[in-house]
Design a protein around this ligand. Sequence first.
Ligand code: AHR
Ligand code: AHR
Length: 521
Amino acid sequence: MIKPLWVSRVKRALLSAGTTAVLAAGLLTATATTSQAATQGPCDLYAAGGTPCVAAHSTTRALYGSYGGPLYQVKRASDGATKDIGLLGTGGYANAAAQDAFCASTSCVITEIYDQSGKGNHLTQALKGYWPGPAAGGNDNLANAVEAPITVAGHQAYGVYIAPGTGYRNNHTNGIATGDQPEGMYAVLDGTHYNGGCCFDYGNAETSGDDTGNGHMEAVYFGNSRSWGFGTGNGPWVMADQENGLFSGVNAGYNANDPSVNDRFLTAMVKGGPNQWAIRSGNAQSGGLATDYNGVRPNVSGYNPMHKEGAIILGIGGDNSNGAAGTFYEGVMTSGYPSDATENAVQANIAAAGYHSGSTSTGSLTPGSRISLRATTACCTGDYIRHDDADDKVVISSVSSASSATDKADASWIVRTGLANSSCLTFESANEPGLFLRHYAFQLHLSADDGGSNFAQDATFCPTAGNSGTGTSFRSVNYPTKYLRHYDYTVYVAGDGGSNAWDSTSSWAQDTSWLVASPWG
Ligand code: AHR
Ligand code: AHR
């Protein structure tokens, strides 16, 4: 009875990007009388459309108006304890302050992303597949819990930051489409964080962790890989990973209707049924969805009918390919092929949720500025990060106004935009232009940029609030649980606990916290 009303309101909302949130709010009021809660989530809209969620994952908000359970679990490095992070209120937003309190003075990883649908389709660390991951046993890494800070409706929240090597999976699901059964899915992603590696996916994959052939997957892909399909421009593109192919349309390679999209917050959708599938995308902060493909299965054998297996992956390919990067905030999978009208209503709900980028408190860490970095541990408060001409090692030592001009310059750095991530930083020597701080075997060195992606990653550090509560900490972009640390007066990237001597938990929070000081030279 109520459906024609909200469909027409959503259509009207989509006519004007500027009024989407207002009209979406009207939509919520209109439907509130028939639902148990004052607000609705994307999964209430899918249910109303006859295509209910069978998996619903988010670290930022409830995806049902009535959901009041935990969103995700974090584990801290200091003592290995875990904690569920829930909501500020039923149907509301993540309680990020609970994570901040639990993870204070240490680092945390996201160990589990709970399924809000009631089907038990939780996501946990992806285990070794055909391809091994970098963690123990060939498993994939877990995401650093603070690496993707944002706000949603003004509330602090954290996304799931997938550095290459990171991945989540569930091979024993309940209610997810198999064979040629119809399904839909969407993910809200950071449209500025991607790469060309295989494969930043969210959706349906093999239950074995191995590539079992064409048509054995159906997942949203986001990135600028050209290894299989691609669209217009240089990417990144939303495509559908249907196994042995990221498809941008009916052709295996180029399809002219799939645009490059890089909205800071991006809605990426894929749906598929018997000889029918579609890609849709839009700005997750405002406006409607574009249909980037809608038609028959790819013109390559093996995809009609499909052979979906019903596992769920996040951040990796079906065979545990784990070279991809991206950031995930929320996503769902449905039973049944959602109508465009239902998806439009979901997009209006996402836009009304109020995603905004987090404040990056980099202070004086502006690219181009010169700084010195002072230790905060009681032993060493007169010490600064420096190199000298004797070797390429990076240490801390005392620098004062009485120090020589060379010592002062050795302890001075030019802040550069992060070579591997423009939201992060790289440090160039003030007196050795062209030489940069980078880690190698987890120890810091002063080295020339060889132009390679390994160097770029090893030389990129992401500033965060100081782990001890003082100053600033610098997280390694490619080892996201390791931070710039002094240990025995030498500088490393170190975890809070780990296999190297410099991963010692003793004074880790202080040793990884630095004061950004005026440059000595
Ligand atoms: O379809 C692209 C990728 O190919 C899949 O994600 C992976 O399983 C295979 O390597
Ligand atoms: O780096 C100097 C000191 O060496 C650190 O504070 C401590 O972790 C180690 O003993």
